[in-house]
Design a protein around this ligand. Structure first.
Ligand SMILES: *Cc1c(COP(=O)(O)O)cnc(C)c1O
Length: 343
């Protein structure tokens, strides 16, 4: 299910508005964007980082209110939900989307049931519960939580970050910010971690709307990064069948059955992009490299920088940092620590 929306970008007016995602109000599929559900979504910084093989720009979405990029989608989706007069929603998530939706539901005064795998990071589960959402811990793999949510969705509004199109229309503001921060020019390449593909598809939607409005001439190449241990998008993109998914430290992208797999594949190809994988060692190396340069992110967020470190990146590429290190501080400490000992 998608929403067709013709976006406009009145640049002079946009420049005069507060530096939040609401400055792109003509592009948001809402009746009253000025009354949107907001926790203060700062326009996240685009910060250069020197890598051994070239300089990239880090888009620091870990700085959003709940600590992950998901806040873009949640802010717009909960605004739409409130406009529709819905007062009870459900979502399933490995953590960050649940934490984000719980925060925005609390802000909107909407009741939320969040189905999460029992093994999700304690910090994320604590966040969900602290915001007053009804946390349903589902034993077994991530797909069990998805199945339980789908069943409950027969009677409750499914505010899914994977299925719900309003979520993608929030995530697309990431593309608007990147282009505005580059003086309304497009980057050549954008590199993102991909699990269910909400980040990738939201970005594509944003770049496509900018293209249709004549702001940029074409799409940048979109590069999706997966953990080699769980890489269904990678294998589908290569036209091969995927081996059974294994465990990865990148829990936020450990998705064995991405619901929009076909769309992800076609968007990557349309933009001339690619899907790549990184090993657990490469993720830990990147985590350490980032932390050693002052960037404290969760392991999932290190996957995209890991691809740049291991395989090189064209100078000027934008790499999205998706989740804050405090979300999974214990895992970060553990993996960086054990890596040091091995050396
Ligand atoms: C959700 C998430 C991602 C990307 O997942 P998609 O489902 O592909 O959008 C990446 N990093 C973190 C930290 C996340 O929470």
């Amino acid at each position: 299910l998608d929403i067709s929306w013709r976006s406009e970008f009145p640049r002079a007016e946009i420049a005069r508005r507060p530096a939040t995602l609401w400055r792109y109000r003509e592009a948001l599929p809402l009746e009253r964007p000025e009354e949107g559900v907001s926790l203060g979504e700062v326009m996240t910084p685009l910060v250069p980082l020197e890598l051994p093989r070239g300089r990239v720009l880090l888009k620091c979405d870990q700085q959003l209110p709940s600590g992950s990029y998901k806040d873009r989608g949640s802010a717009v989706m909960l605004s739409a939900i409130r406009e529709m007069g819905i007062d009870h929603i459900l979502e399933d998530s490995s953590g960050n989307a649940g934490a984000s939706i719980a925060a925005y539901a609390a802000r909107a005064g909407v009741r939320a049931d969040i189905f999460a795998p029992e093994a999700a990071s304690p910090g994320k589960l604590a966040q969900i519960a602290a915001h007053g959402a009804n946390l349903v811990r589902v034993p077994g793999p991530r797909s069990n939580a998805a199945a339980a949510a789908l069943e409950a969705a027969s009677t409750t509004y499914y505010a899914s970050h994977c299925w719900n199109p309003f979520f993608l229309h929030g995530v697309k503001t990431l593309a608007f910010e990147i282009v505005e921060q580059l003086d309304w020019q497009m980057p050549r390449e954008v590199i993102v971690p991909a699990g269910n593909g909400a980040l990738l598809l939201g970005l594509w939607l944003g770049f496509d709307e900018l293209r249709l409005a004549g702001v940029i001439p074409r799409w940048p190449r979109l590069v999706a990064v997966q953990a080699a241990a769980c890489a269904p998008v990678y294998h589908a993109w290569r036209g091969e069948s995927a081996p059974e998914a294994g465990a990865t430290i990148a829990e936020g992208i450990a998705i064995a059955n991405p619901v929009r797999l076909r769309e992800i594949r076609s968007v990557v190809n349309l933009t001339g992009g690619r899907v790549v994988t990184v090993s657990e060692e490469e993720i830990v190396f990147a985590l350490r490299y980032l932390a050693g340069n002052g960037f404290f992110v969760e392991p999932t967020s290190a996957a995209a920088p890991a691809a740049c470190l291991a395989q090189g990146a064209e100078a000027g590429s934008v790499v999205v940092l998706t989740g804050h290190g405090l979300k999974a501080a214990a895992q970060v400490a553990q993996s960086i620590g054990s890596n040091r000992i091995e050396q």
